[in-house]
Design a protein around this ligand. Sequence first.
Ligand SMILES: [Mn+2]
Length: 480
Amino acid sequence: MPVPCARFAFALLFMAVTAIQVPAAAAPDEPGVAVYAERRARLMAQMPKGAIAFINASKPLSDNLVYRPDSNFWYLVGIGEPNTVAVLRPDAPQGQRYTLFNETRHWETERWTGYRIGQEEAKTRFGVDAAYPIDDLDKQLPELLRDASSLWIYDGGDEKFRDRVTAAWKRQAVGKGVAMPVYELSPTIGQLRLIKGADEAGLLRHAVDLSVQAHLAALPLAQADTGEWALRAAILQVCASGGSAHMPYPPIVGSGANSVVPHYEEDSKLMKQGEMIVNDSACEYDMYAADVTRSYPVGGSYTPEQKAIYDIVYKAQEAGRAKARLGAEFHEINDATIEMVVDGLLQLGILKGDRAELIAKRGYRSFYPHGSSHWLGLDVHDVGSYEFSRADNSLPEKERMARRQALVTLKPGMAFTIEPGIYIPADSKDVDPKWWNIGVRIEDDFLMTEKGVECLSCALPRDTASLEKLIQAGAKRRGK
Ligand SMILES: [Mn+2]
């Protein structure tokens, strides 16, 4: 059972009356310019003497997509416009360290692209020391780079930008006779982003609260002969009306055979009575992503088999949560969920063989193919920390990154998911067909605080009895 808290009790009381709604929490304030200034100061404090940093916004998108600022750019700059470049020079005198290149104000363009802040507002509203039109950047590069001794770049996914700046850098280097190093800035930004400040925790909390409401709106719709899209629509409606400008990821509403596909995003099948649904859906709020999953049967009555699998996943999540303590290593959470899944599946006869060997050789992967946890923040799979000294450089890049992330010890301000799952595809060899097409994932969002771990999403019921009640109430309302 989730730890009872006032919010949870109140939610239940309220749901008894309205069946689906939890009162909306007041939206937190947006972080002020001082918050972004402080982040830039922390970044500059980590750069060596003589460094210059270029941080590029992500490219504009095609017409029919909503622009979402690049997360690293947003974290440091807090301006959500494309064609913007921030330049940081830690050693420049106070008042000359932060230069911005951005689009100019020009109505004939703005009437198509939307309003722009221009150079004046960049200075008066966003704390920029000097602002120039983006078209001036190339012209100013030689002057900007002249006295720098190392170049740091975050290209926002635009390699051409990186090439332009490094080409100018190399031209500067000619004849200098010293090493002119170029560094990637994203690992340093990633380390900063791993620890959430109070402002970020507030926004994350609000994104999670909205997501809880979205799930409560979707649950009563888990009825036979209803489309997966009905649940998707309920989720989107709650997120959008709560102020989400974008979704952190497309809602995943998979029923029956789709419940065993962890990243099923079509949401296009008609649901049949008794099928399992894995609903992995969440809202973004002011750029911060939640990530919440609940699994329940169409019609609201778990079969004994579905309940047996659910109970294992539930216990696995609890075991993972028990490991989420200050100072613990991140991978301990995943390890605990694996042990619980293996034990449970051995007991049901779905896995066969030696426990230790199944764990060591990852013999559970056909039923539990993903890890239990990832960081959460501006990105749903947020950037993590990199404890370079403990990583084995002979490993392939992907594996190395995963290990670095796993070696992190848990500190206040870290936000992450715990989401074990079991998925039994049809035709699973040597598995009784009664288990086929049962997919279960339970995913909640957690924040480490000075006092320990806090579950942000546990106001949303996780126990089978409460989930059944919410779905059955939906059936009654439809007169079934
Ligand atoms: Mn997740």
